[in-house]
Design a protein around this ligand. Sequence first.
Ligand code: BTN
Length: 250
Amino acid sequence: MNTLFIGQNRVELVTVNSTNNYALELAKTGRIADGTLVWAHEQTAGRGQRGNGWQSSPDLNITLSIILRPELDAYKQFYLTKAVSLGVKEFVEDLIGNSSEVRVKWPNDIYVGDKKIAGILIENILRGEQINTTVIGIGLNVNQCGFSADLKNVISLKLITGKTYDIKTGIDTLCEHIEPRYLQLKTNKHNLLDADYHKNLYRLDKLCEYEKDGTLFKATLIGVNGQGKLLLKLEKGETLSCDFKEVGFL
Ligand code: BTN
């Protein structure tokens, strides 16, 4: 595998409640190599964003967590979201080619067309004003073709290309895509990450429907602000900045 540190040290688990839980505990025990990857064949209580769960059939998909020591000022934490989302997006593009549009649905879901192929759960451990440790959890649908009825709008690599993928090889390739984006963050290429994240946003510049506080409205997604809040331009011209839990895409 062609990386400097991401995924060079690995923990492979047959089954675990959540690789993020395992990685967070591992990180707290002290010395653990930067870029250590924890992956599991099966998660029994995978966690998603907003307190949701993450469902993934055993051995069919990528469920992993990467432990990083970014030493990043906490106010810049959205750059981790930008860097990792772009890395995962580029991995998906690499595997499916240009057949469909791959986008980042704010803040960090990866979409192919209008369907979700991957989710990211970033959990930070702060020391003072700095992010000392971050655990990047990634769930990516690879070979799964049937999903439970309550999961709408999901897709996998196999559903797109018809091919079956080797999970270990997929993990290697994913690391190879995430590392260069993470190194851009480490070397302060903020403008590049800003520009690439912006231009790859799902629904960018399109008038679509959203929900906030029980109200439905139409707006144009125009980007994110410095704190990573979503910027929606309303039809009357006013711009709304929304926190993660405040807004729903319809
Ligand atoms: C989301 O879209 O809600 C984020 C999903 C993140 C799922 C991954 S699977 C590996 C890691 N371990 C977890 O418990 N969650 C993340």
